[in-house]
Design a protein around this ligand. Structure first.
Ligand code: PAF
Length: 253
């Protein structure tokens, strides 16, 4: 197995990047890696000479300080998963490295980013788009991999790349699910055993209910606080709280 490089500064990363020849695949993450992230790394590995992962819990995309504080951090386990999945290097900068401007500059999308997750998490997608643009400028990947679980994020990133003529191909990877239907997410670690079983009802609700109203009622009857549950174009999107944890999912209709 190749030795995994862990690079904490942008200047060290750039030195390393300048030595690479061949295509670079990039998997941006906030850590707490699971099989869903592993599937992104595997796809990158089959399509590129090098796979680079970033691990940065990006404060500007958290509108709730408590949510940021509670975000799972599992660095040692993350290194193992990255090594097992053929990652060549991990970029894990701190806030000062990523935001020398202290977030005075940002990327903002004015339409779709205000809906669904953006409606209940003001500023969330500004933070996501800003950090992803910064990461693309540092990493200079040929291809970047994002999961369909965060479908709104995926669409916004695709559209940003197209709006700013950025030279990177955005690759979508299917949502990985537990046998129960629960979409894999870093947030699932915070659920109790019972909560994890119950959380599978989110998938049942969005796939089996005829209307969004029926799906919302079903979830509320099972103790979820539904944030939104909407059909947009050919997809059904949901965000719901269980045990105080915000879970999201979406399916094609
Ligand atoms: O999906 C995530 O983990 C994050 O939103 C991302 C894309 C790494 C940006 O911080």
């Amino acid at each position: 197995m190749n030795k995994l490089l862990v690079l904490k500064t942008i200047s060290d990363f750039k030195k390393y990047r300048s030595t690479l020849t061949g295509s670079v695949g990039f998997v941006p993450t906030m850590g707490a890696l699971h099989a869903g992230h592993a599937s992104l790394m595997q796809q990158s590995r089959t399509e590129n000479a090098h796979t680079i992962l970033s691990l940065f819990v990006n404060p500007t995309q958290f509108n709730d300080a408590k949510d940021l504080e509670k975000y799972p951090r599992t660095f040692e386990a993350d290194l193992e998963i990255a090594t097992e999945n053929g990652v060549s290097a991990i970029l894990c900068p701190d806030f000062n490295e990523m935001y020398p401007d202290e977030y005075t500059y940002s990327v903002m999308e004015k339409s779709f980013s205000k809906k669904l997750c953006g409606a209940s998490r003001p500023g969330h997608f500004d933070g996501v788009l800003t950090v992803v643009m910064k990461l693309f400028n540092i990493v200079e990947p040929h291809k970047a991999y994002f999961g369909e679980k965060d479908y709104q994020q995926l669409q916004l990133i695709k559209n940003m790349v197209s709006a700013f003529f950025m030279p990177v191909e955005i690759c979508a990877v299917k949502t990985l699910r537990e046998n129960s239907g629960l979409a894999l997410s870093s947030r699932n670690i915070r659920l109790s055993g019972e909560g994890k079983q119950k959380a599978a009802l989110i998938y049942k609700a969005i796939t089996e209910s005829k209307t969004t109203e029926q799906a919302k009622t079903f979830l509320a009857d099972h103790g979820f606080q539904v944030d939104y549950l909407e059909d947009i174009e050919n997809r059904r999107f949901v965000a719901a709280f269980l045990e105080g944890i915000r879970l999201i999912d979406n399916v094609a209709k």
